[in-house]
Design a binder for this molecule. Structure first.
Ligand code: IMP
Ligand code: MG
Length: 177
């Protein structure tokens, strides 16, 4: 059993101002609004809540639940759609909202599943782009922060379901067993 220590990586002020900028970018690119934001549960719930409150254009909100992780800090490499959209995506300007991109499997595969349903457009946004373990190419139209590696928790992101509730984002530092 390894032990971890939490260290603040992005505090809530930094997150808040970045989310504000991202919302402004999205609003500027979609002046007509009518975007459908699809958040990937559970990790994106807090990011989504803050993001939509800062958009200056009308939007619809939906959520999907996809699991690519079992438990712990490593990817299982399998994608299960546990809950799908309830709003039809055909003809819509969709923005897929995720908390963090790691291997890229989740966003890459779910994006393909959505493309098959003929949306007008698909864009992707992730609060954090973790680049070091990418297996599938993922194009991010909007990205909050970029990190190379490390396991992060807080602001919706969990470690074995705990740690989602903080306003700050922490990185877990391995301090041995
Ligand atoms: P991917 O399919 O490997 O890109 O994994 C994406 C999903 O894994 C994210 O949406 C998160 O839910 C989870 N994940 C990946 N890295 C982390 C992390 O550092 N902390 C918490 N969850 C993570
Ligand atoms: Mg997730």
């Amino acid at each position: 059993m390894r032990n971890y220590r939490k260290k603040v990586l992005f505090d809530h002020e930094a997150i808040s101002s970045r989310v504000e900028e991202l919302a402004a970018e999205i609003s500027a690119r979609h002046p007509e609004g009518e975007i459908l934001l699809i958040g990937i549960l559970k990790g994106a719930f807090m990011f989504m809540a803050d993001l939509v409150r800062r958009l200056s254009v009308p939007c619809e909100v939906d959520f999907v639940k996809i699991s690519s992780y079992g438990s712990g800090t490593a990817s299982s490499g399998k994608l299960n759609i546990l809950l799908d959209t309830s709003i039809p995506v055909e003809g819509r300007a969709v923005i897929l909202v995720d908390d963090i991109v790691d291997s890229g499997l989740t966003l890459n595969e779910y994006r393909q599943a959505l493309e098959a349903r003929s949306p007008r457009s698909i864009e992707t946004i992730a609060l954090i782009d973790k680049t070091g373990r990418r297996e599938k190419h993922v194009h991010l139209d909007y990205c909050g922060f970029r990190i190379e590696e490390g396991f992060v928790v807080g602001y919706g992101l969990d470690c074995n379901e705990f740690g989602r509730q903080t306003g700050d984002i922490y990185v877990l530092e391995d301090i041995g067993s």
